[in-house]
Design a protein. Structure first.
Length: 327
């Protein structure tokens, strides 16, 4: 339910969030379904001043007492959970470019996926939901199903035998994943052996799962043109890929092998690879040209001449990133 949690302030009263009481009231949420960083970030982002994930704490304490998965005292296990949630929330804030809790709390900087506009208008006014989806009835059905699983009529200890679900990690009888063991095997085998037929079997498997509404793109269909276009008028793939470029991944943030492989692949396509703010390894210039886009960050702090490379076609400059202030 927490993925679709209502705006508690506005659910209490339509005018609650626009009155002076909003600034004088602290909302403390006690919820049993807060179990990951996103849940905490969502509640705080929609106005919660404090959150008590009591079931998460009790689960961590129970695992520690029975020494399952963890070998620390129960008090330490709960402390670790709190620390993980706090660090996760700070990471979410930094990725959104927010530096203080005062700016993040109640800011509602979210976009919904899979919720219909009627539900959003009633409980999340001002938050966009571009692809429509389910409403209150479907959410109530999901909650009722979770309750039936937790309190079955014939099981005395339901919490010991709950299904794992497989939402985060692939399980044989759990949620379906686009990249399951079979898909990963086909991709790895195709790349190691260079067999294109195996690669096509990999893409066919992923596309087949996509067609079963596992991705947003599965909701789209190509509309054929009324009049077919002559193939000679279509731009060839070899020309299209020259406009591609990789994302800026600094040398050091990923492995040397991955950094060089991306550069070599884009070089062979005639496209561009973005070296990241760390620039390109000088030793690579001796092995052949690597066309690239080299960002030069913090120009005020770093000497510009020392960061530029004559081999680069484009140089980007950025004075600030995410929650980092301009220097």
């Amino acid at each position: 339910m927490l993925n679709y949690v209502t705006n508690l302030f506005e659910g209490i009263s339509p005018d609650f969030s626009v009155t002076c009481f909003y600034l004088q009231t602290c909302l403390i949420v006690e919820a049993g379904d807060v179990r990951e960083v996103h849940h905490l970030a969502l509640l705080v982002g929609y106005g919660a001043a404090a959150v008590n994930p009591y079931l998460l704490f009790e689960s961590a304490e129970d695992l520690a007492r029975r020494e399952l998965l963890v070998t620390v005292p129960p008090e330490k296990a709960i402390h670790n959970v709190i620390s993980a949630l706090e660090h996760g929330l700070l990471k979410v804030m930094s990725k959104m470019g927010v530096s203080t809790m005062a700016s993040y709390g109640g800011a509602e900087i979210f976009e919904a996926v899979g919720l219909n506009s009627e539900f959003m208008a009633e409980f999340f006014p001002g938050t966009s939901s571009r692809v429509e989806g389910i409403g209150l009835d479907e959410l109530a059905h999901d909650i009722a199903e979770h309750h039936r699983n937790a309190y079955p009529a014939t099981n005395a200890l339901p919490h010991r035998t709950l299904i794992t679900g497989g939402q985060y990690k692939w399980r044989r009888e759990g949620e379906q994943h686009l990249f399951d063991p079979e898909s990963v095997f086909r991709l790895q085998y195709a790349t190691r052996t260079g067999r294109y037929d195996v690669f096509k079997r990999y893409t066919a498997r992923v596309d087949d799962r996509s067609s079963r509404l596992m991705t947003l793109r599965a909701l789209l269909e190509l509309k054929p043109a009324a009049t077919p276009i002559d193939i000679d008028e279509v731009e060839p793939v070899s020309s299209i890929v020259k406009r591609f470029s990789t994302g800026a991944m600094s040398y050091g943030s990923i492995s040397q092998e991955a950094h060089e492989t991306l550069a070599i692949a884009m070089n062979r396509l005639g496209a561009r690879s973005n070296t990241g703010e760390g620039g390109e390894d000088v030793a690579r210039r001796l092995q052949g040209p690597f066309l690239g886009v080299a960002p030069v960050e913090h120009l005020i702090q770093d000497p510009l001449a020392a960061r530029l490379d004559p081999h680069d076609q484009i140089t980007q400059s950025r004075l600030a990133q995410q929650g980092e202030p301009v220097r």
